[in-house]
Design a protein. Structure first.
Length: 80
């Protein structure tokens, strides 16, 4: 038990089995499931940014890719 369990939550890559800390946020939308303004977010490490991005782009879901380092406070971050 330690107080750091809460305060040091690390944002990890969304790729299956990957435990690397994420440096990128991939915003996507599936028009068949989501209203157009809706954004789902996957997190990606440097290694998986390409493969996760390609996966979404191939389906026409990818909307934007943003570096997490530009928003260190993660203001507006929503976990869905
Ligand atoms: Zn990864």
């Amino acid at each position: 038990m330690s107080a750091s369990d809460i305060s040091t939550e690390v944002l990890v890559c969304s790729a299956r089995g990957c435990r690397a800390s994420a440096g990128w946020s991939l915003r996507w939308n599936n028009p068949r499931l989501h209203p157009p303004e809706r954004r789902k977010t996957w997190l990606a490490c440097d290694e998986h940014r390409g493969s996760l991005g390609d996966f979404l782009a191939a389906r026409g879901f990818l909307r934007e890719v943003a570096p997490l380092t530009e928003s260190p406070t993660l203001e507006g971050w929503t976990r869905t």
